[in-house]
Design a protein around this ligand. Structure first.
Ligand SMILES: NC(=O)c1ccc[n+]([C@@H]2O[C@H](COP(=O)([O-])OP(=O)(O)OC[C@H]3O[C@@H](n4cnc5c(N)ncnc54)[C@H](O)[C@@H]3O)[C@@H](O)[C@H]2O)c1
Length: 391
């Protein structure tokens, strides 16, 4: 059975599912067929030759050398959407904390806690901590993926008007969005018309610094910025100036760093977005189920370095070959030829590429064995060939 090494503590809901399925847990990373990981930085750790997959219980994969893994035929999985509810709830909390000075008010009560006249004083003090209501305000949601879409729905349910901006939204995802979300065709349109702006895009070369000094200058005077995505999206130095002079009234961020921690009018949290027991359970269950589907059936669902292939479960007694290769012309031809030379006929095949990386899952009529697998592995441009059998 397969051996798993956990690079971090993984929710027992996930690990117990593996134990029940007969998987072994090993202490030595080099002895494992697959790694489960949350935040451990894998950039400095070399992957052992036998490593087949890395499954991250979480969405971001900045801590994993995704392309280096791909070049060696190591599939990297993540768990998109598994923590979306947890992040959404904290974003809504952030929006409400920005509406009213709940934190200032609670601090005032704590400081005055020894005063027997506190109730009387509170009635006078409370005007300092008043605020506005969310209902009727316009909120711009940048990025309408798993988290952004849930945030938009929750905001609408609370009576806000929502404008969304996501030029890369798939048609399927767009169909699933609430029709009350107004569609912004460019970022400037959203920034210039919203009272609140909330970020839900990944940190990529394109999005890094997207809330630049210029973008901040386009925001409505006194708007609130919420950032539960990544701090690299915001030019926080420019933002600090805008917070100082009131052009931006508040910044609510989930990313504490020396710049954000010292900002005026900011509420900065220590990356709490996905920190709920439920989110950790959801991520672990999803990571483990995707990992099992790959190890036991060769299917790849939710990988960040190889495309999606799903031939369903492998029937008892059947065998598949999983081939990782460069995405270049001629590879499929040479594979078909090698299979034919071994006296076998391809019965079912799924081939999918992503960038430079391609994956082919083969079912053939006739007995597949290690020898055929080794022959396929030795073909040019093939990175790895793996025989998958189900007893
Ligand atoms: N605070 C936390 O604890 C926490 C937890 C999970 C995720 N996150 C962050 O939230 C981000 C979003 O997570 P998700 O699960 O919704 O991801 P997702 O992949 O489901 O959605 C991201 C969306 O951003 C869109 N997008 C990409 N580039 C864009 C651009 N230039 N302009 C507008 N839209 C763009 C994509 O089309 C996609 O719809 C993650 O990348 C991660 O950085 C934070």
């Amino acid at each position: 059975m397969y051996r798993i090494h956990c690079m971090n503590n993984i929710s027992t809901v996930g690990t117990a599912a593996l134990e029940r399925a007969g998987y072994d847990f090993v202490d030595e990373p080099g002895a494992a067929d697959a790694w489960l990981v949350r935040s451990a930085n894998l950039h400095e750790i070399g992957a052992p030759d036998g490593l087949l997959a890395v499954a991250r219980a979480g969405a971001g994969v900045n801590n994993i050398p995704v392309e280096r893994c791909a070049e060696r035929g190591v599939v990297v999985f993540n768990t998109p959407g598994a923590n979306a509810n947890a992040v959404k709830e904290l974003v809504i909390c952030g929006v409400l904390l920005a509406c009213r000075d709940v934190i200032g008010g609670a601090e005032w009560v704590r400081e005055a806690s020894d005063d027997p006249q506190i109730a009387k004083r509170a009635e006078k003090a409370k005007k300092r901590f008043g605020g506005c209501e969310l209902a009727g305000k316009r909120v711009g949601v940048i990025g309408l993926g798993a988290i952004g879409a849930e945030v938009a729905d929750a905001l609408i349910a609370l009576g806000a008007e929502v404008m969304g901006y996501d030029p890369y939204l798939s048609i399927n995802a767009a169909w699933g969005l609430d029709r009350r979300i107004e569609h912004a065709t460019d970022l400037g349109q959203l920034l210039g018309s919203c009272d609140f702006v909330t970020l839900h895009v990944p940190a990529t070369d394109e999005t890094r610094g997207m809330i630049s000094a210029e973008a901040i200058g386009r925001m409505k005077h006194g708007a609130v910025l919420l950032n539960f995505a990544r701090d690299a999206l915001v030019d926080e130095r420019a933002l600090a100036e805008a917070l100082d002079d009131g052009r931006v009234s508040r910044y609510v961020s989930d990313f504490a760093n020396p710049e954000s921690a010292n900002m005026r009018n900011a509420i900065v949290l220590p990356h709490l977005g996905a920190s709920t027991g439920e989110a950790e359970d959801n991520c672990a269950v999803m990571a483990v189920s995707q990992l099992r589907d790959y190890l036991e059936n060769g299917n790849i669902v939710n990988s960040v370095n190889y495309g999606r292939v799903d031939l369903g479960p492998l029937a008892p007694g059947e065998t598949r070959i999983a081939l990782f290769h460069e995405n270049v012309q001629g590879v499929i031809g040479q594979v078909s030829q090698a299979v034919a030379d071994a006296g076998l006929n391809i019965e079912n095949m799924s081939n999918v590429s992503r960038g430079q990386n391609a994956y082919t899952l083969l079912e053939v009529t006739g007995p597949l064995d290690d020898e055929v697998c080794e022959r396929l592995a030795s073909l040019p441009r093939i990175r790895r060939a793996r025989l998958i059998t189900r007893p």
